[in-house]
Design a protein around this ligand. Structure first.
Ligand code: ADP
Ligand code: MG
Length: 368
């Protein structure tokens, strides 16, 4: 069990991590996603003992480890460059960490061969790293890290050096490799699809603050604030500034979206931001985005269409505001056409326009 409590890190007297708390259970995968510069690498470096902790505590299995040097922390860290030894075979690379900790050669090789067998690496054992594909190298490096049976496994953007096809396969490899392990896995990435795919729980980091930590589906459906809403999703969540009138009507500028919301998210008379994912906007004739229950209609003009194969993304303009909708690939959508767009109001997220915080309590939201 890896626990961070109120962890703060300053570099060059600038706060980089601000009172960050989280825990990773044995065998659990927690993924922290955030834009470049948000503090992801610093977080892992602090856990590994490579960045100075200003305040707060890091515990492994209940034991504070801050005072321990990196080598005694029982954590394994893997960076995006895998750092396999180029002159050693895969088998020797796998054995290296075990041998370094004093295990006899025979025992180390037995362990390495067993792990290689489980993870389909046996045919690669005699090869050198340069004779492996990027994905294979990544598997070997990950297997080597796990063979040491660390209490925590820290991965910093482990897939960023792979090309797109390989990255998707490598995600599956990470899941498979970690599946039998008791190591608490903490992975950081700027890539939201990678984060969604790998996380048991997903955290979003922004300027050193953990904004939300919850199962990926929850973070996607109930973002804690506008930053999280816009960070996750391709395209990002659509957001409209609306007004909840005193009679319960929901207005967007001069347009009445709904006469009366079933359960108004806030006091009547308030300004709000309404968020709707592209899959909750539905084009006429589309099967996608149709929801039972109250909806609203908005006249919009098609600007561009992006056919993505399995779906299309339709960019629209409604009163000067850009909106994105998803539709099935077969739907014929003409550019420049004006059409009524249906909004699935039951799926809307609501935010305070000033603070950006979600109005309905979002799960796993960081408390101020
Ligand atoms: P990420 O991995 O999310 O891109 P980092 O943890 O690398 O972010 O960096 C977070 C912030 O800390 C950035 O603003 C970066 O410039 C700063 N930073 C990182 N390393 C150092 C350092 N050694 N000294 C001073 N500032 C640093
Ligand atoms: Mg980084």
């Amino acid at each position: 069990m890896l626990e961070l409590q109120d962890l703060s890190v300053e570099l060059d007297r600038r706060p980089v991590l601000r009172s960050l708390s989280l825990s990773v259970a044995p065998g659990e995968r927690v993924v922290i996603a955030g834009p470049s510069g948000s503090g992801k690498s610093t977080l892992l470096r602090a856990v590994a003992g490579l960045a100075p902790v200003r305040s707060g505590e890091i515990r492994l299995d209940g034991r504070p480890v801050q005072a321990l040097p990196p080598g005694q922390r029982d954590v394994a860290m893997m960076f995006q460059s895998y750092a396999l030894f180029p002159h050693l075979s895969v088998l020797e690379n796998l054995c290296f960490g075990l041998r370094a900790r004093g295990m006899a050669r025979r025992d180390a090789e037995d362990r390495a061969r067993a792990a290689a067998h489980t993870l389909d690496l046996t045919p690669l054992l005699a090869r050198r790293p340069r004779e492996l594909s990027g994905g294979e190298r990544q598997r070997v490096a990950l297997t080597r890290a796990l063979l040491r049976e660390p209490k925590a496994l820290l991965l910093d953007e482990p897939l960023s050096s792979l090309d797109t096809q390989l990255r998707v396969r490598a995600r599956a490899e990470i899941l498979k490799t970690h599946a039998g392990s008791r190591a608490a896995m903490l992975l950081v990435t700027h890539d939201q699809s990678e984060a969604m795919a790998l996380a048991d729980r997903l955290g979003v980091l922004h300027e050193g603050r953990l904004l939300q930590l919850a199962p990926p589906r929850t973070v996607y459906a109930e973002p804690a604030n506008l930053f999280v809403a816009r960070f996750l999703g391709q395209p990002a969540m659509n957001t409209l500034e609306v007004q909840l009138a005193l009679d319960g009507g929901l207005w967007w500028g001069e347009t009445l979206l709904s006469r009366r919301l079933v359960s108004p998210p806030a006091a009547l008379g308030r300004r709000l931001v309404m968020g709707l994912r592209p899959e909750h906007l539905s084009l006429p004739g589309s099967r996608w985005g149709r929801e039972e229950g109250p909806g609203a209609e908005l006249q919009a003009t098609v600007e561009t269409v992006e056919p993505l194969g399995e779906q299309q993304i339709v960019w629209l303009n409604a009163g000067g505001q850009r909106l994105a909708a998803r539709a099935e690939p077969e739907l014929r959508v003409g550019r420049g056409v004006s059409l009524p767009l249906r909004l699935a109001l039951t799926r809307a997220c609501w935010f305070d326009p000033d603070s950006g915080e979600a109005l309905a309590p979002a799960s796993g939201a960081a408390r101020a």
